[in-house]
Design a protein around this ligand. Sequence first.
Ligand code: SF4
Length: 318
Amino acid sequence: MEHAKPPLTLYLAAPRGFCAGVDRAIKIVEMALRKWGAPVYVRHEIVHNKFVVDSLRDQGAIFVEELDDCPTDRPVIFSAHGVPKAVPAEAERREMVYVDATCPLVSKVHIEAERHHANGLQMVMIGHVGHPEVIGTMGQLPEGEVILVETVEDVATIAPRDPDALAFITQTTLSVDDTAEIVEALKVRFPAIVGPGKEDICYATTNRQAAVKAVAPHIDALLVIGAPNSSNSKRLVEVGSASGCAYSQLVMRAADIDWRALDGIRSVGVTAGASAPEVLVNEVVDAFRDRYEVVVELVETAQERVEFKVPRVLREAV
Ligand code: SF4
C-alpha cells in the first residue's frame, strides 16, 4: 500500500530567476550563433549558470577565459559581468569581431567611475575580490585609481591619496543591507565622499532579496537555485539566514537537494538567482511534489518589466 505523502507548503518567491541583463546576454549568444554560425567564442561564462552555459555550448558556443584563447577569425562575446577596457582594446588591435554583452546596469557603473575619475576623484569600490564584475569595473580606470573594499573593517584600513577627493561605486549584486553598512562607514570616515543616490545594486538583486525577506518568516527551509560562483545567488542564501531561516541552502538543481536535512519540514521557500532559468525552478517544485502533498503559495513583492535591447549589429541581422 502506498504511504500518504506528508503535507508541505511551498512558498515561491517572486521576483526570482532571470533578470533583464541575463536574458539579454543569452539572447546575444543565440543571435550571434544565428548570424555568424558556430562556433562563436564567449569570454568567461556568459552568465554564472552551468545549465545555461551547457545549453549554449550545445548550440555551438565555445567558452574561454581569455581573448588569447580565441582565434582571430571567429566572433567573440564578452560576458554580462563586464570586462576591463583592455579587453575590447585588444580585440580591436587583433581586428576581431566582438559583441559586448555587459549588462547595461554594469555599464552604468563603468560610466559613473569614468565620470568621477575625470573630475579628479579616486574611487572606492565595494565588491568581492576576484569577481569578474569587479575586475571589469576596476579595469575601466588606470591602476591605483580604484580601491576595493569588501567589509566595514576594510574601510578603516584603506589609505586613499586624498581623503577629500573620493567617490564610491558598488558591485551590482551585493547584499543591500551589508552594503548600506559599508556605505555608512565610508561616509563616517570620509565625509566628503561622493556616491550614487543609494548604491549601484541593481533592481533585480534588490527585488530578489526583498522577496526572500518576505518569505523567510513563513518557512522551515529556504532553497536558492543558483550556481556557487553566482554572487547574487549567494547573497540570497545569506539574506535568508539573516532573515531568520536557519536552513538556507544554495542548490544548482533538484539533484543537489539534501532530502535528509529537510526531514520533518512543513514549509519551504524556493527562489532562484538572476542567472538561474525557470526550468530549474520547475524541476525543484516537481521534486517536492514527488515526495510531499504540495500546496504552492506565491509570495510576490514586486513586478518587473525591465527589458534591454540587444546590440544593433545583431538586431539588424536576424
Ligand atoms: S543581476 Fe543586475 S546587473 Fe547583473 S545582469 Fe542582472 S540586471 Fe544586470
